[in-house]
Design a protein around this ligand. Structure first.
Ligand code: PEP
Length: 262
C-alpha cells in the first residue's frame, strides 16, 4: 500500500464500493446489454462469482457501423432495474458528449472506451458529470497520452478517475490486442489514480482471461473487469471472450485468493 495513491468510491452513499490500493475490485458483466433477461442472468453470475460492480454496455462503440450498436437508453433502464435486483452498482460506456447527462442519470460510473480516449470534448463532459469515470487506454495511446486524457477529466474538477489497461495494438495477431501488463506499475509510479485491467478486451479469447487476470493481480492492479454472458454462443457482442460456468468460477477463486500474495 502506497499512501499517496487514491481510492475512488462507486455507488450510492452508504453502500459504496472502493477501487484503490486497499482492495482488489472485481467488475464483471455482459459486454453489451441485449435484453432484461440476459442482463439479469449475467449480473447474477457476476454477483455469485464475487463481483462488486456490474459492467454492461448500452451504447456500444463498434468497429463496424453494421454491428449491434446497443440498446441505448432502453439499455440504461435495464441496467438500473438490474441494479435494484442485485444491489450491484453499474459502470457503463458513454460514446458521445451529448449523451453524458442521460448516462450519468442512470450509471454509477461512466466508462470511456479505447476508441474515445482522446475525444477531448467527451472527456470534459465526463469531467462535469459528477460521476466517477473509468478511462480505458486508447489502443494506440502511450501511457503519457493516457494520463493526459485523465487530466482533461480532472481539469473539470472530477478527480474520481480510474484507469483501465485493455491492451494495445502490436504486430502480434494471436490475441486481439497485446495486454501491456507493465503499464500497471508504470502508471502506479507516475499517478495517484487507481488502475485496473480488462483481460477480456485485451485478449478477445476466453481461454486467456484467467491467466491474464492472474498476471494483472500479481503485478498489483487495483482490480479486473471481465465479460460474462449466460450464453456466449449467442451473444450479440464479443461472445468468444465472455466467461460462463467453470471458467468464471475459477476466475472468482483466483480473484479471492491472490490478493494475499501481492
Ligand atoms: C467495453 O469494455 O465494452 C469496450 C468496448 O472496451 P474497449 O473500449 O476497451 O474496447
Amino acid at each position: 500500500h502506497r499512501p499517496d495513491r487514491s481510492t475512488v468510491w462507486i455507488g450510492e452513499p452508504g453502500r459504496q464500493v472502493p477501487i484503490g490500493p486497499e482492495t482488489l475490485t472485481f467488475i464483471a458483466g455482459p459486454c453489451a446489454v441485449e435484453s432484461a433477461q440476459q442482463t439479469l442472468e449475467a449480473a447474477q453470475m457476476a454477483r455469485s462469482a464475487g463481483a462488486a460492480i456490474l459492467r454492461g454496455g448500452a451504447f456500444k462503440p463498434r468497429t463496424s457501423p453494421y454491428a449491434f450498436q446497443g440498446l441505448g437508453v432502453k439499455g440504461l433502464e435495464i441496467l438500473a432495474d438490474v441494479r435494484v435486483a442485485t444491489g450491484l452498482p453499474i459502470v457503463t460506456e458513454v460514446v458521445d458528449a451529448r449523451d453524458v447527462p442521460v448516462v450519468a442519470e442512470y450509471a454509477d460510473m461512466l466508462q470511456i472506451g479505447t476508441r474515445n480516449m482522446a475525444n477531448f470534448g467527451l472527456l470534459q463532459a465526463a469531467g462535469e458529470s459528477g460521476k466517477p469515470v473509468l478511462l480505458k487506454r486508447g489502443m494506440t495511446a502511450t501511457i503519457e497520452e493516457w494520463l493526459m486524457a485523465a487530466e482533461y477529466i480532472a481539469q473539470r474538477g472530477n478527480l474520481d478517475v480510474v484507469l483501465c489497461e485493455r491492451g494495445i495494438r502490436t504486430f502480434e495477431p494471436a490475441t486481439r490486442n497485446t495486454l501491456d501488463i507493465s503499464a500497471v506499475p508504470v502508471v502506479q509510479a507516475a499517478s495517484h489514480l487507481p488502475v485496473i485491467v480488462d483481460p477480456s478486451h485485451a485478449a478477445g479469447r476466453r481461454d486467456l482471461v484467467l491467466p491474464l487476470s492472474r498476471a494483472a493481480i500479481a503485478v498489483g492492479a487495483d482490480g479486473v473487469i471481465v465479460d460474462v454472458h449466460p450464453q456466449p454462443e449467442v451473444a450479440l457482442c464479443d461472445g468468444p471472450q465472455a466467461l460462463e460456468g467453470a471458467d468464471l468460477r475459477e476466475l472468482a477463486q483466483a480473484v479471492r485468493r491472490l490478493p494475499a500474495l501481492v
